[in-house]
Design a protein around this ligand. Structure first.
Ligand SMILES: Nc1ncnc2c1ncn2[C@@H]1O[C@H](COP(=O)(O)OP(=O)(O)OP(=O)(O)O)[C@@H](O)[C@H]1O
Length: 261
């Protein structure tokens, strides 16, 4: 289980402090497909980057099975991070390496022997259904195929968590569904917990069992997906789910006070 406790993060831009995450509290249980949704600039990417300490939080704790990873050092931290793989909107593949080399890369870094790497890459390409593209280069692949390579690479170190940062945002709806189905099957068949950032409600509806809505660096609400989708009291969430949602009284007053002339 991951427990995020009072996590805060600010940046300083030209001497001005920008508070990006403000006392975030969240719990992600093993086996969850946990969606983090919210408008652009809400702090979603920063939050996910804090989870694997690509960004160091200023305050707060990130407990994995009760142990605070922000206090861990060297090899212990390396081991925890190794089991948190990330996938990205733009795939981040090595353009001058073929599919085999891209997937083999983390295994080479981990010091596996050549025969072991060959066996493992073949297994991984089978899981993502890309065996026939083993010697293709990224430029020869579709967006969905590139994301499958990235997922195979992400699986190389037997991750406990996959952190997905808008991994389907550059894909068409059909390809999005196929990538989401792949993530769901990894969750079901290998017990991998998926933490998924998206600004698309359709993604959350398709695979997330839980969801947190983040806005201006705050968690507005989190819980089971259906509870957030159907029972949320928050107007901001309702509007995010359904942009044509009726504005509340304060919003109407605000708009009627504006001068559109
Ligand atoms: N390294 C940085 N230095 C300064 N400001 C940053 C940095 N990274 C992010 N920010 C700012 O933090 C805020 C949150 O950014 P973040 O990328 O986490 O939001 P997001 O919810 O993922 O947005 P989007 O959906 O557009 O990707 C933004 O105002 C952004 O400009």
């Amino acid at each position: 289980m991951i427990q995020i406790r009072n996590l805060s993060k600010s940046y300083f831009v030209e001497g001005k402090k920008i508070e990006v995450l403000k006392k975030i509290n969240l719990e992600i249980e093993d086996g969850d497909i946990f969606g983090i949704i919210g408008p652009s600039g809400a702090g979603k990417t920063t939050l996910i980057r804090c989870l694997n300490l690509l960004e160091r939080p200023d305050e707060g704790q990130i407990l994995i099975d009760g142990e605070d990873i922000t206090k861990m050092k060297n090899s212990k931290l390396r081991d925890v991070r190794k089991r948190m793989s990330m996938i990205f909107q733009h795939f981040n593949l090595l353009q001058n390496s073929n599919v085999y080399k891209n997937v083999a890369f983390p295994l080479e870094i981990s010091g596996y022997k050549k025969e072991m790497i060959e066996k493992k890459v073949d297994e991984l390409l089978k899981i993502v259904d890309l065996e026939e593209k083993k010697f293709s280069y990224p430029s020869m692949l579709s967006g969905g195929q590139k994301q499958r390579v990235a997922i195979a690479r992400a699986l190389a170190n037997n991750p406990r968590y996959i952190l997905s940062d808008e991994a389907t945002s550059a894909l068409d709806p059909v390809t999005t569904t196929s990538i989401l189905n792949l993530l769901k099957s990894l969750n079901e068949n290998f017990g991998i917990t998926v933490i998924l950032i998206t600004h698309e409600m359709s993604v959350v509806k398709q695979i997330c069992n839980k969801v947190a809505f983040i806005e201006y660096g705050h968690i507005v609400e989190s819980g089971k997906t259906n509870d957030i989708l159907f029972n949320s009291e928050s107007d901001n969430i309702k509007r995010f789910i359904n942009p044509s949602h009726e504005l509340n009284y304060t919003d109407k007053n605000l708009i009627s006070g504006l001068n559109f002339a």
